[in-house]
Write a protein that binds this ligand. Structure first.
Ligand SMILES: NC(=O)c1ccc[n+]([C@@H]2O[C@H](COP(=O)([O-])OP(=O)(O)OC[C@H]3O[C@@H](n4cnc5c(N)ncnc54)[C@H](OP(=O)(O)O)[C@@H]3O)[C@@H](O)[C@H]2O)c1
Length: 328
């Protein structure tokens, strides 16, 4: 049986999750794809630190070391920031490797460029994990777009802010106390700026805009408002009126072709699809011409949900490459 050689760039929460899922699903993937998978290298900053027992011999801090693996075909990327991620994935694509990324910061800005480069090199880019973690919004939207047009998208794309707003409503906590609880539970980073300012949701929204409309609005024209301005009194007043605060990322294409996008707190009533989405859950609602309104709900982050959709991307890409449809 032929063996696919893969590398993992980044071996933190997501990178380790990919390694575990690939190991746990090794036999099923082999049976479904008719191919063995071998993780041949893992890129980190500090290779002297063994994160998972038995992987020390795979660790390197050199991308050249990774890309010189003979027969390397797939690169999973789970590092942070635009660079060096984009440069590494560009090199991988030019080396005719399929790439599967979780890196929304890089993909929001360079995703269209990376996909074009992949097309020129006859390889695929998987990016389901960049947006709404374990919610299969990318593959669902790709399928829908084969027949439908998507006119607008509204989403709760950040689980941390949704958790904070939920706690403020259900337990009457202040923003600061709810944030502290999110940090204690590991939902929020020590520096929560990207989440609470809306910047994290904004990046995911731009990825959805690229997919739905083939383009993004000018980033400078998009209003991005965080949730730190919301008080517990405002939340209590809203609850009394039967309304809930949601941190909503929305994008729509107007009939004149312009794209409008915004990330901001929004009051929704119980008829709204995002009203029941509590805690760390993510949800994406899209308006389509034939199906109508469709809402997907699920876990927006975490080691296993994120790694799982990346391995699904692998199965889909390798299935396509081998010319058959993978049924999972
Ligand atoms: N965590 C989630 O639930 C989640 C969900 C969806 C998407 N994502 C995205 O997935 C990516 C990874 O997230 P994470 O939570 O797994 O991060 P993480 O736990 O901080 O791990 C990052 C890993 O990348 C490595 N790394 C960072 N910069 C590097 C560089 N310049 N060269 C080589 N290696 C480098 C680090 O190496 P060292 O270990 O040596 O420091 C570490 O192993 C991010 O882009 C994130 O936005 C995360």
């Amino acid at each position: 049986m032929a063996t696919i050689k893969a590398a993992i760039l980044g071996f933190g929460t997501v990178g380790q999750g990919i390694f575990h899922v690939l190991n746990e699903k090794r036999e099923e993937l082999r049976d479904k794809l008719g191919l063995e998978l071998e993780v041949a290298k893992i890129l980190v900053r500090d290779p002297s630190k063994e994160r998972v027992p038995g992987t020390a011999h795979l660790l390197t801090d050199s991308i050249d070391d990774v890309l010189s693996v003979k027969g390397l075909q797939v690169v999973f990327e789970a590092i942070v920031n635009e660079e060096p991620s984009f440069t590494y994935l560009k090199k991988a694509v030019e080396n005719k490797c399929h790439v599967i990324t979780a890196n929304k910061v890089m993909f929001a800005k360079r995703g269209l460029e990376l996909q074009e480069l992949a097309k020129q090199n006859g390889v695929f880019v998987g990016y389901e994990a960049t947006t709404a973690g374990g919610v299969p919004v990318i593959k669902t939207m790709k399928n829908i777009l084969l027949v439908n047009e998507v006119s607008s998208i509204q989403g709760i794309l950040n689980g941390t802010t949704n958790f904070i707003l939920t706690k403020m409503r259900s337990e009457g906590l202040s923003f600061d106390d709810a944030l502290r609880e999110a940090q204690a539970l590991g939902y929020a980073e020590a520096d929560p700026y990207n989440d609470i300012s809306g910047q994290d949701a904004f990046k995911k929204l731009m990825i959805l805009s690229s997919l739905a409309f083939g383009e993004q609005p000018n980033w400078a024209d998009v209003e991005v408002i965080g949730i730190d301005c919301i008080t517990s009194n405002q939340v209590a007043d809203a609850t009394e009126q039967g309304l809930r605060y949601r941190h909503v990322a929305e994008v729509e294409k107007h009939p004149d072709g312009t794209i409008y996008a915004k990330v901001a707190p929004m009051l929704v009533d119980k008829e709204h699809p995002l009203y029941p989405i509590d805690d760390v859950f993510n949800a994406v609602t899209m308006e389509t011409n034939y199906i109508g309104t469709l809402t997907l709900i699920g876990p927006g982050a975490g080691m296993y949900p994120t790694a799982s959709v990346m391995v699904e991307d692998y199965a889909e890409i390798i299935g396509k490459r081998a010319g058959f449809v993978v049924s999972i």
